[in-house]
Design a protein around this ligand. Structure first.
Ligand SMILES: [Fe+2]
Ligand SMILES: [Fe+2]
Length: 350
């Protein structure tokens, strides 16, 4: 929300601007709903926490957001679509865990929020999909996969899209917290939180004596380590998230396949570019190899968006707000909003 003014000024179409506004309003209400719970049920502690929530700002040097993904810049629409696909999906999983809460006001509020997150994730998935559609159309028109030629034609090359996926995926899975956490065990056992789709699981829901596999680095290699499941509930939720988020990447690949182009987007390894938990001390490639800092430094430009990538994507961000017109780097959507046509006058300027 704090970063959407710039996005509003650089919207690739009126349709996209309309979606941005809806997300902004709904996320504002999600903040309001959480502040309401704090005020209503937690006395002075709650009021102080609510104040602190309002005082912290995205990317602020002195008073940043607690979770790093919310301090990362969202300077362009590709980042915005990646954020709403990957990071709003973190929201979905956190909300699903809280929807299982024994604290009924929290469970009810989060169930309502979940219905709105679905639309945010749709905006992200379809936004990336339309970006890819436009790129593969131009690749076929020009009969090239040459990055320089595609950039000269004003579309976002697939390797750059892959680097954006690597960045947003890795930053987002950090949000689930440390792989081993005694807080996670306490939250679960005290009934504050459940797991994703707790009701569909056939175990005893107490989990004493159950174990779960987490990753660790030993002697320069990634290994699996068995730990008590109660302490690994962050990892359980992260793994559920990863399965869910790979679905959209498969659907993006179908757009590329349909265009007859041989290029496959993939989710990076769970251990890639981690800054939280036991893997944060190691340098691990997108395919899960532990490497030295030197190798990391020499290859990182192939794995994460470079300054040059970001500057190129930023250079495409103009403002297109005439109904039915779209920026050159993105294809129109298949359908409009609320059964209105794609060229409907979605936003009135005064
Ligand atoms: Fe939200
Ligand atoms: Fe959201």
């Amino acid at each position: 929300m704090e970063q959407q003014r710039h996005l509003g000024l650089t919207a690739p179409s009126m349709y996209d601007l309309r979606n941005l506004f809806q997300i902004n309003v709904e996320e504002g209400r999600h903040l309001w709903a959480m502040v309401y719970l704090l005020h209503k049920y937690f006395g002075r502690d709650g009021r102080e926490e609510a104040d602190a929530l309002l005082q912290r700002n995205s990317g602020n040097e002195d008073n940043p957001r607690i979770l790093q993904a919310f301090n990362e810049k969202t300077p362009d629409w590709l980042s915005f679509f990646m954020f709403t696909y990957f990071t709003d999906r973190d929201g979905k999983f956190q909300l699903c865990a809280l929807a299982e809460s024994a604290f009924d006001p929290l469970a009810r509020t989060t169930k309502f929020m979940l219905t709105e997150e679905a639309h945010h994730m749709f905006v992200g998935e379809s936004g990336v999909s339309r970006t890819i559609q436009r790129t593969v159309d131009v690749m076929n028109q020009l009969k090239t996969d040459d990055v320089a030629k595609l950039r000269a034609a004003g579309v976002i090359d697939l390797p750059t899209i892959q680097r954006y996926i690597n960045f947003h995926f890795s930053v987002t899975i950090d949000l689930f917290g440390a792989d081993e956490s005694s807080n996670a065990a306490t939250f679960y056992s005290s009934g504050l939180k459940g797991r994703y789709e707790e009701g569909k699981r056939s175990d005893d829901h107490v989990l004493k004596g159950n174990t779960y596999k987490i990753l660790a680095v030993e002697n320069g290699k990634l290994i699996e380590k068995e730990v008590p499941m109660l302490n690994a509930l962050n990892e359980v939720l992260r793994d559920d998230y990863i399965t869910d988020s790979k679905g959209g990447i498969d659907r993006w690949n179908r757009v590329i396949e349909k265009a007859g182009i041989s290029f496959k987007l993939t989710a990076p390894h769970k251990a890639f570019h981690r800054n939280i938990g036991s893997l944060s001390g190691s340098k691990i490639t997108p395919d899960g190899r532990v490497v030295t800092s030197e190798e990391w430094m020499s290859k990182v430009g192939e794995w994460l968006p470079t300054n040059e990538d970001r500057a190129y994507v930023a250079s495409l961000m103009g403002r297109v707000v005439e109904p039915g017109k779209f920026a050159n780097w993105i294809a129109p959507p298949v359908m409009g909003i609320n059964r209105q046509p794609v060229d409907f006058d979605y936003v009135r300027f005064s």
